[in-house]
Write a protein that binds this ligand. Structure first.
Ligand code: PRP
Length: 202
């Protein structure tokens, strides 16, 4: 057994999180850092044009949307506020069948009469955002739109009205730039696709 493998086994036994080096399981870099940043700048410019003369509240869905929000907001040139919301995860299967989600962190701002733009890292089945939109719409904002960095259109189970989309992606298990695998790898500056046969859970 190599030293690094022995260390891996020892940490695993102790219950210490043991993330693999992503180089060991990455299948491909789906979206490199420069392409991400170029597209985010374009989205910021488009949002700036569309909301000219208005105020805007960005609502980030934790936790995956954080990286995208903080880069996007720097490209928006209208007066902008930001808020955060967290949704409980029942697991994909349960979420798909139940078709609803639970809010674990709610907004601190009353959004009545505000222009609200929900910022997400990825839309998959669409159930999360469908529920979030219903909940926010009931609070009577002036306008309510969605901006998602990634859109796995092929996986959609319910209709969600996406106003701004960074990239449509294939049905790959993706990570990086806010998206995790078992809570790690969110800090990577690019979007990668996982080779599931090579990935070992931490
Ligand atoms: C991801 C993503 C969306 C949701 C999309 O969140 O950020 O909120 O899944 O899936 P859906 O379209 O099938 O509903 P996740 O539960 O992984 O939480 P995280 O952002 O904290 O990683």
């Amino acid at each position: 057994m190599s030293d690094s493998n022995a260390l891996y086994q020892e940490r695993k036994c102790l219950g210490i999180p043991n993330p693999q080096d992503y180089h060991q399981f990455i299948k491909s870099v789906l979206i490199p850092e420069d392409a991400l940043q170029r597209r985010i700048a374009e989205l910021g410019a488009e949002i700036t044009r569309d909301y000219a003369g208005k105020n805007l509240l960005l609502v980030c869905i934790l936790r995956g949307g954080v990286m995208f929000l903080t880069d996007l907001i720097r490209h928006i040139q209208v007066p902008v506020m930001m808020e955060f919301m967290a949704i409980s995860s029942y697991g994909a299967g349960a979420r798909s069948s139940a078709g609803h989600v639970r809010v674990t962190l709610d907004l601190a701002t009353d959004i009545c009469n505000l222009n609200v733009l929900v910022v997400e890292d990825i839309i998959d089945s669409g159930h999360t955002l469908k529920s979030v939109m219903e909940l926010l719409r009931a609070r009577r904002p002036q306008s309510l739109e969605i901006c998602t960095l990634l859109d796995k259109v092929v996986r959609r189970e319910v209709v969600v009205p996406v106003r701004y989309r960074g990239f449509e992606i294939p049905n790959e298990f993706v990570f990086g730039y806010g998206l995790d695998i078992d809570e790690f790898y969110r800090n990577l500056p690019f979007i990668g696709a996982v080779d599931l046969e090579k990935y070992q859970a931490a």
